[in-house]
Write a protein that binds this ligand. Structure first.
Ligand SMILES: Cc1ncc(COP(=O)(O)O)c(C=O)c1O
Length: 481
């Protein structure tokens, strides 16, 4: 069956908008294999006439499905189906409870390791044209400035103002090769000639601990409360650390965001302790339940907060680009470090990124991706959220979820990670994010990069394993080893 003769039944008496109904009908036809990879869909005009809706309704449905990664829409070309699905008739059952027993080995690995965004929307003319222009202007014989080109710093200052509510001057911005490079510079700036103590969230981002350790920082783990760093535990650290690294918008990896009161308390503590706050703002653009709070740095009038941002989640980690926004003495120290280290981001890349930001394409990309991730987050909630004994965390924003494993079942996260890998699904253990000795039982899964179809398959596997894990050990099926 082709998209031209697909029966698309719309309920005109329903409260569900026609565009949403049409998108759902097409989504189902794609997922069950009725419509196949690369098949062209009718033009919006033709489909609108055949199902008797306005053309705008069809365009909205196509846009929605393109945002979710099902369709590829290109100006002047037919809209095509992007995902690969099983042929009709060999589709998976609609409900995981009615799944057949798992096959002993899965055919291909589905990687749900956290930290990988969807990059499908970078098939974007604005991205290609920004790079073409940057390459054309690359015949220069000088080096880019150590803190980054003025054009990119200006574009980043504008992005930070619009997306994160932080007014800053381009002179406060330092361009970095991602968060890791930013943290290395900040660690060196804090150290001077000594070894700075840096408090970090536990569990937290292991790469940050490693980088800070490499540049000589002494790491002080501080536990996490309900919504982020435990402020009383931080205040109890004696002597007070030189800095604290926090993810206030979306604690990594457990989720949750520091309330405004907590943010003010954290700044008051920093003022009293003479400490710097490093705000890792890694995925704050992606919030689903509410608008993101402005950056913590926007509440600071004293120059104690360094905002660290990254394009790894909003574009791709492949470009290795991010920034620090720091003012006052801290800003001066960071710039001095950069002068000695030299620029770490190529001038070609800085020009391409500046053009991309200036064109407004990043903001459009973020909107598209937010829609895509919200849909996939819905799949995670749908498949895992109602399982008995399973608690999900981290889904308020970003592109990963934490699945807590009930210790009473006797199943450890390591068991689940191994059993999932044996069935072709790669996930991480929450213990890997904790400083040694403080591990919690849970798994962390990223839902940013896989296609909906792969994610769906992987969630079926995980749901099956989690259901078995809730059973008393003697009655388990063979899935958790
Ligand atoms: C907590 C956290 N911060 C920052 C980043 C981005 O790091 P980078 O900019 O070095 O790619 C990530 C990526 O996974 C992250 O998980």
């Amino acid at each position: 069956m082709t998209a031209h003769d697909l029966p698309l039944l719309l309920d005109r008496g329903s409260t569900v908008p026609l565009a949403a109904q049409l998108a759902e009908a097409l989504r189902r036809a794609i997922l069950d294999g009725t419509l196949r990879h690369d098949e062209p869909l009718p033009s919006s005009r033709t489909l609108a006439a055949s199902v008797r809706v306005s053309r705008g309704t069809v365009v909205a449905a196509y846009d929605q499905l393109a945002g979710e990664g099902y369709l590829l829409t290109r100006p002047g070309a037919a809209t095509r189906i992007l995902v690969h699905t099983p042929a009709a008739g060999e589709s998976r059952p609609a409900h995981p409870d009615r799944m057949p027993p798992p096959a002993p080995a899965a055919p291909a690995l589905i990687d749900l390791a956290p930290g990988h965004p969807s990059t499908r929307s970078l098939v974007d003319p604005a991205w290609t044209s920004a790079w073409r222009a940057a390459v054309a202007a690359s015949g220069r014989s000088d080096s880019p400035p150590a803190a980054g080109t003025e054009q990119l710093r200006t574009a980043i200052a504008e992005h930070v103002r619009r997306a994160r509510g932080l007014g800053c001057s381009p002179d406060d911005v330092v361009v970095t090769a991602g968060t890791s490079d930013a943290l290395a510079s900040l660690g060196l700036a804090l150290g001077g000639t000594g070894r700075p103590a840096v408090a970090v969230e536990d569990p937290g981002y292991p790469a940050a601990r490693r980088v800070l350790g490499r540049v000589g920082a002494r790491i002080v783990p501080v536990p996490i409360g309900a919504n982020g760093i435990d402020l009383s535990a931080l205040a109890a650290v004696a002597p007070a650390p030189d800095a604290v690294l926090v993810t206030p918008s979306h604690q990594y990896p457990l989720g949750g965001s520091l309330s405004v009161q907590n943010r003010l308390d954290l700044l008051a503590w920093a003022g009293a302790a003479g400490a710097v706050v490093i705000e890792d703002d890694y995925d704050s653009e992606f919030r689903f339940d509410s608008m993101p709070l402005p950056a913590l740095a926007s509440l600071d009038a004293t120059g104690r907060v360094a905002l660290v941002g990254s394009f790894s989640k909003t574009l791709t980690p492949w470009i290795r680009c991010g920034y620090i926004v720091a003012t006052g003495d801290l800003g001066r120290e960071v710039r001095a470090v950069r002068l000695d280290l030299g620029p770490t981001v190529s001038g070609v890349q800085q020009l391409a990124l500046a053009r991309y930001l200036e064109s407004g394409a990043l903001a459009r990309n973020i909107t598209r991706m937010r829609r895509e991730y919200a849909h996939r987050r819905g799949l995670v909630l749908d498949r895992l959220g109602a399982l008995p004994g399973v608690r999900l965390d981290g889904l308020d924003g970003g592109l990963h979820a934490v699945v807590h494993v009930d210790p009473a079942t006797g199943t450890t996260a390591a068991d689940l990670v191994a059993a999932a890998a044996a069935r072709g699904v790669l996930v991480a253990s929450l213990a890997d994010y904790a400083v040694a000795g403080r591990g919690q039982q849970g798994i962390v899964l990223g839902y940013g990069a896989p296609t909906d179809l792969d994610l769906s398959r992987a969630l079926d596997v995980l749901a099956d394993l989690l259901r078995s894990a809730q059973l008393p050990p003697s009655s388990r099926r063979n899935s958790v080893t």
